[in-house]
Design a protein around this ligand. Structure first.
Ligand code: ATP
Length: 369
């Protein structure tokens, strides 16, 4: 129960194409995260699933049933919003019970029993008599979840449900939500613009941009094999480094850097000339001090100057720029262990293993390697 098929879905608002020919299959019990920058069409997709918007074209199926014109109440879904949407005049008990109020097949006693069960599951039994104004943000979020869970729907739709919580609570609730989803085993479509949330929560992640699906896959698949430069830049923190340059024979050359290209990269790059080299900061190795002499550097090593060091405790983000560069082209960020000590102004040796290099087509952004 809870299989979703989105076929060629388009949603227009006047001249704005909010969702553009989206195809997506979501498996039963799957936790799918829809992610992308503001305005990319995530919420509109979710609202079409919920029945709060009617598609301009395309089809939506849940468990094989066509949903396009079915009212939200008849879709066997429950939605959780960013602003919780609790009724201020009702108690927590009333708010949760509201979720099951219209459901058929429950007696009054069963409804009350369900409310107690769900409150117990979410650890909010002692709050049942309170009003929303007397709750913290995290507690209100739990009540909103309770109202969704109580109905035992086939699908949960969640739109940035943790966005209003502070960082610590957000990370706690992330874990709790995942555990809850595992326990309840209900198909969940979860919208966020936060790549960390996507990476840590999703069984699969669907990345959208300007209404179009860019890639869908497991978190590590997107991390290791992004389909294009947009996905590569969106997934991963700090962001992947991009160096713009050209292929010159068997070498990549940018304004300040040269990097030899291995045979497998050359064959993938083919005829493309203007290319972008992508390397994740965690794959930029910053060498020990003092730096080796120029003559002792191997092919995949080069000297760079440290411009800024951001200590994060367990690790540092080191900003590097090419020696003597008067512009900000070809700057890199590297992640080093927190114990590694370096400071602005120092010269270091940087190594990038060929295995860690991504290559994108400058014109189209498509991943070549
Ligand atoms: P955010 O993360 O900011 O919520 P989103 O990815 O969820 O963004 P949508 O809310 O789906 O994006 O919006 C997609 C596009 O459709 C945007 O350009 C938005 O301005 C437009 N849009 C959404 N709803 C409407 C509407 N009711 N009327 C007109 N335009 C709309």
């Amino acid at each position: 129960m809870g299989r979703i098929r989105i076929q060629d879905l388009t949603k227009r608002f006047g001249d704005t194409v909010a969702v553009d020919r989206l195809d997506l299959d979501i498996a039963d019990s799957e936790f799918l995260v829809l992610v992308g920058p503001s305005g990319c069409g995530k919420s509109t997709t979710l609202r079409c699933l919920a029945g709060l918007e009617t598609p301009s074209a395309g089809d939506i199926y849940i468990d094989g049933d066509h949903m396009n014109y079915r009212v939200p109440q008849k879709r066997d879904i429950a939605m959780v919003f960013q602003d919780y949407a609790l009724y201020p005049h009702m108690t927590v008990r009333g708010n949760i019970k509201f979720g099951v109020e219209e459901e058929e097949g429950y007696t009054k006693a069963e409804r009350m029993e369900r409310v107690e069960e769900v409150a117990d599951l979410l650890g909010i039994t002692d709050l049942l008599g309170r009003k929303p104004a007397e709750l913290s943000g995290g507690q209100q979020q739990r009540v909103a979840l309770g109202r969704a869970i109580v109905r035992e729907p086939a699908v949960f739709l969640m739109d940035e449900p943790l966005a209003n919580l502070d960082a610590k609570l957000r990370s706690e609730m992330r874990t709790e939500l995942q555990q809850l989803q595992n326990q309840l085993d209900v198909t969940t479509v979860y919208v966020t613009h936060n790549q960390t949330e996507a990476m840590t929560m999703g069984d699969r992640i669907a990345v959208m941009r300007e209404g179009q699906l860019q890639q869908v896959g497991e978190p590590l698949e997107l991390y290791h094999a992004p389909a294009n430069q947009f996905v590569a830049g969106f997934i991963g923190e700090p962001m992947m480094n991009f160096v713009h340059g050209r292929r010159e024979g068997e070498t990549f050359a940018s304004d300040h850097l040269e990097y030899p290209l291995e045979r497998d990269i050359l064959s993938d790059v083919g005829e493309a000339r203007d290319i972008v080299l992508g390397v994740r900061p965690e794959d930029v190795a910053v060498g020990e001090q003092p730096p080796a002499a120029e003559a002792d550097l191997d092919d995949h090593e080069f000297r760079m100057d440290v411009s800024v060091v951001e200590p994060h405790g367990n690790q540092n983000v080191v900003h590097l720029s090419p020696p003597d560069a008067s512009d900000d082209h070809d700057v890199l960020q590297a992640v080093t262990e927190g114990m590694y000590v370096t400071s602005a102004g120092e010269s270091v040796v940087v190594a990038i293993e060929p295995d860690h290099v991504h290559v994108f087509d400058e014109a189209t952004g498509e991943a070549l390697h």
